[in-house]
Design a protein around this ligand. Structure first.
Ligand SMILES: [Zn+2]
Length: 425
């Protein structure tokens, strides 16, 4: 099977350049000027005027299966990822039962493989039941195929647990990927503690709940040499801690979510659970700090924290609704529209943070770039035609996006995974 992507615009040395791309047996066989009369091609896709990107990589998604399939399944979640131009994702382990034994890990991997519209990497938990202080059998989880270790959804509360997890992770050459949150500093909050929470009369989560735990963990990472990756950085102070740790040579990396780049707590003008996520939207100063952190390399990548919930759950007050919003289907278009079209980021930077860097940081050596011999994982985006984000277009079961109704550029036209169509508009 030979497939030719004709006249697409590819990033070459940071600039868009018209190129053809030939796919053969699931791999990129050639890039350049390729005539369909010279190679016997089974299928030609006319990508004239469209941007041909390396498939995006998202190291932070929640697929709810097993356990909460009314919110999402591996199938719908990965279809949503393909719709957003992602070709590889890493699924967080907060499902029920959680992958905390080699047997459960094997079951998850088999299901991910069977139902995944894209490549799905699987996190193992750090501790049994994703809580408490009993470490999983980390070497056995590595052997079973775990991508990395994370208790995402909750922070690891006991320092010794994190210390011992990092010692083992360092020995195994695996990353500890942390949702950083000190439970003793949450105070039952439902949004960022600040002027807006006071005005709305809603309980606030002080941002020190994130920063204090990241500060502890960079000390533990320095002591153990482990690769410590911070999930969804949300506050200015956390950016500073990571910046200082990197300058000191600690093996720390970090991600930021699209919503923490796009929104601050000033967007919350009423009790609206569509804007409830954990960590919460920070102040405008926090938002500017995470943007600056991304630009100066303190933050390495963007990851969506795609977190689907049912309409009924999110229709509740912020006091009751679960934390989280979806992200797979809106991330690229929202970020392209708000940051690249406005000139704040270059397209090459955005692709760096959404494909190149996740691959580099997590040593996914065969993906993250369009090159001859690599798997044909790619996404084709229309950067010139405006569209409106509508919930009936979502392939995710979750409609919990604050970006519904936004007019954006960057609609996905085609997503290929190993040369096969994973999504087509
Ligand atoms: Zn989290």
């Amino acid at each position: 099977m030979k497939r030719l992507i004709k006249n697409g615009q590819l990033l070459v040395d940071g600039q868009l350049k018209v190129q053809d791309l030939l796919i053969e047996d699931g791999k990129i066989a050639a890039i350049g000027t390729i005539s369909s009369s010279e190679v016997a091609v089974n299928q030609i896709y006319n990508a004239q005027g469209l941007f041909v990107s390396p498939g995006l990589i998202d190291v932070h998604v929640h697929y709810r299966e097993p356990g909460q399939t009314d919110k999402e399944t591996i199938k719908t979640g990965s279809q949503a990822a393909a719709h957003g131009g992602f070709t590889t994702v890493a699924a967080m382990p907060n499902v029920v039962p959680t992958p905390d034994t080699p047997e459960r890990m094997a079951n998850m991997l088999a299901k991910n493989q069977q139902d995944g519209a894209v490549h799905i990497l699987q996190y193992a938990t750090i501790t049994t039941d994703r809580g408490g202080d009993q470490l999983v059998d980390m070497p056995a989880m590595k052997t079973a195929g775990a991508f990395a270790f994370s208790n995402d959804g909750n922070g690891v509360q006991t320092s010794a647990t994190m210390y011992e997890a990092m010692q083992q992770a360092a020995d195994l050459g695996m990353a500890v990927v942390a949702h950083a949150e000190d439970d003793s500093l949450k105070y039952g909050g439902v949004m960022h503690e600040g002027a807006v929470s006071k005005r709305l009369g809603l309980p606030g989560i002080p941002s020190v709940s994130e920063t204090a735990q990241v500060a502890r963990d960079v000390v533990l990472a320095a002591a153990t040499g482990a690769h410590y990756h911070v999930c969804h950085v949300s506050s200015a102070a956390t950016v500073q801690v990571i910046r200082a740790a990197k300058q000191a040579g600690v093996n720390v990396t970090a991600e930021v979510s699209p919503h923490h780049l796009l929104l601050s707590d000033e967007a919350i003008t009423t009790d609206n659970a569509m804007l409830k996520m954990n960590p919460p939207l920070g102040s405008e100063q926090d938002r500017q700090a995470v943007i600056a952190g991304l630009l100066d390399g303190t933050i390495d990548m963007i990851a969506t924290d795609h977190a689907p919930h049912t309409d009924a759950e999110k229709a509740q007050s912020m006091l009751k609704a679960p934390f989280g919003i979806t992200g797979s289907e809106t991330a690229f278009a929202m970020l392209y529209t708000r940051f690249v079209k406005t000139g704040q980021f270059s397209l090459a930077q955005l692709i760096n943070w959404m494909a190149v860097q996740p691959a580099r940081v997590f040593k996914l050596t065969t993906i993250g770039a369009l090159k001859v011999g690599a798997p044909a994982d790619l996404a084709i985006f229309d950067l010139t035609t405006p569209t409106t984000i509508q919930k009936d277009q979502f392939l995710s079961k979750g409609n919990n996006s604050p970006f519904i109704g936004e007019t954006v550029y960057g609609q996905t036209k085609l997503t290929l995974v190993d040369g096969e169509t994973a999504y087509q508009a």
